[in-house]
Design a protein around this ligand. Structure first.
Ligand SMILES: Nc1nc2c(ncn2[C@@H]2O[C@H](COP(=O)(O)OP(=O)(O)OP(=O)(O)O)[C@@H](O)[C@H]2O)c(=O)[nH]1
Ligand SMILES: [Zn+2]
Length: 212
């Protein structure tokens, strides 16, 4: 039985998710208590030396792995938009993705490749990987992650088009379940010019080429 349970204040709303005070010590304490119970329920001894600090570590790790709920992708993008007459495709590829599937809360990880064609404004390059983190550091499915990144860039930057390709390995498919060690899932989402075959092909060629 957990005592002194901390129920987070829910007073704000980002992207439809309720904002919590993620690093509130009471919340960490309450989550640690739950993880201590989890350890007992899987047959472990939470008081043995190696596990004494584990519930707190798990609580802090889980709060970190879901910190994307606290971030506002539109704010991040609008904080670094610059008027620029560049009208060719901008591609940021091989962006590391670490997320957790919402079905098993096991990691999926891999790479995102993102492109847009500016429409009077470019965005600070670092902001593109930052918005990948906003949406990936949540409980996700790969398809929704892909669409959320596309929609956020389209809505905020209003480019001529956006292309997003994500390739990931899902631990719920390799270390358990169907146990396929080498399968990779690819998802994609496009708007505007990227719906045309010529532009999409240019993007796909650019992300498959390697710098020597
Ligand atoms: N579409 C999609 N499915 C996912 C993703 N991550 C995990 N899944 C799947 O979610 C499904 C959940 O299916 P269930 O049958 O309810 O769960 P399960 O019994 O654990 O399924 P198995 O993994 O087949 O053992 C599984 O097929 C997972 O492979 C994702 O990002 N996108
Ligand atoms: Zn899963």
């Amino acid at each position: 039985m957990i005592t002194g349970q901390h129920i987070p204040d829910r007073d704000d709303d980002i992207d439809g998710y309720e904002k919590i005070d993620r690093y509130n010590p009471d919340l960490i304490h309450s989550l640690s208590d739950h993880y201590r119970d989890v350890l007992k329920l899987i047959g472990e001894h939470p008081d043995r030396e190696g596990l004494v600090k584990t519930p707190e570590r798990m609580a802090k790790a889980m709060l970190y792995l879901t910190h994307g709920y606290d971030l506002n992708a539109e704010e991040i993008l609008t904080s670094a938009m610059f008027k620029e007459e560049y009208s060719q495709m901008v591609v940021v590829k091989d962006i590391e993705v670490y997320s957790m599937c919402e079905h098993h809360m096991l990691p999926f990880f891999g790479k995102a490749h993102i492109a847009y064609i500016p429409n009077g404004y470019v965005v600070g390059l670092s902001k593109i990987p930052r918005i990948v983190d906003v949406f990936s550091r949540r409980l996700q499915v790969q398809e929704r992650l892909t669409n959320e990144i596309r929609d956020c860039i389209q809505k905020t930057l209003n480019p001529v088009g956006v292309g997003v390709v994500i390739e990931c390995r899902h631990l719920c498919m390799s270390m358990r379940g169907v146990q396929k060690q080498n399968s990779v899932t690819t998802t994609s989402a496009f708007t505007g010019e990227f719906l045309k075959e010529k532009t999409r092909t240019e993007f796909l060629n650019l992300i498959s080429s390697r710098l020597s």
